[in-house]
Design a protein around this ligand. Structure first.
Ligand code: GAR
Length: 196
């Protein structure tokens, strides 16, 4: 009998709209080596849950207590045979037990050029507004390995876009969104392949 090689399973963690989660699921939907095994979310009414349902991906809600005071999230990840944890708009700090179980295998996307505009409270619209308020002429995305601090850890990839005087936080968010959709799944794939 031929040796059947297991697929690499990605678990996605999100807190919000879920556009990145959806893009990742669609990108890997026909992939022979990598798939998305589940979507985990920590806000009950987050639209990411609806997207998971529409995509036919198993999804599960966990609250803050589940993340920080118990092993239930880690157990769920292990039940799903997760190999990599992908943060796609996930706004909590990743708990230590998950970081330990997945060393260098937790990957985040941040909507700015880290180390600028990172840290606690710097997410989504707040990031874009800060970039506009500081009259920056460029912004971009950073994809990085996650450690125990917000928005630190080894950078895997950055892509840049111009910020013009006409830009608002909303128009900048649109530019960043395009970069995220283009690059996040590709960089996940490259990282997974490099480690295989
Ligand atoms: C994305 O822009 C992502 O980069 C950002 O939240 C948004 C989530 O959108 N993440 C952070 O700010 C993390 N600090 P989505 O839910 O539609 O993918």
């Amino acid at each position: 009998m031929q040796n059947m090689k297991q697929k690499i399973h990605l678990a996605i963690l999100g807190s919000g709209n879920g556009t990145n989660a959806q893009r990742i699921c669609e990108y890997f939907s026909e992939n022979e080596c990598i798939d998305v095994c589940c979507i985990i979310y920590n806000k009950k009414d987050a639209y990411i849950a609806e997207r998971a349902k529409n995509l036919g991906i198993d999804s599960q809600y966990f609250n803050k207590h589940d993340f920080y005071d118990s092993d239930v999230v880690l157990q769920y990840l292990q039940e799903k045979q997760t190999d990599y944890v992908i943060l796609a708009g996930f706004l909590l700090l990743v708990p230590e037990n998950i970081l330990q179980a997945y060393p260098k295998r937790v990957i985040n996307i941040h909507p700015a050029l880290l180390p600028k505009y990172g840290g606690k409270g710097m997410y989504g619209h707040h990031v874009h507004q800060a970039v506009i308020d500081n009259h920056e002429t460029e912004s971009g995305i950073t994809i990085h390995i996650v450690d125990q601090h917000y928005d630190q850890g080894t950078t895997l990839f950055q892509a840049r876009c111009h910020v013009t005087p006409e830009d608002s936080a909303d128009t900048l968010a649109d530019k960043i969104h395009l970069l995220e959709q283009e690059y996040f799944p590709v960089i996940i794939e490259k990282t997974v392949q490099k480690n295989a």
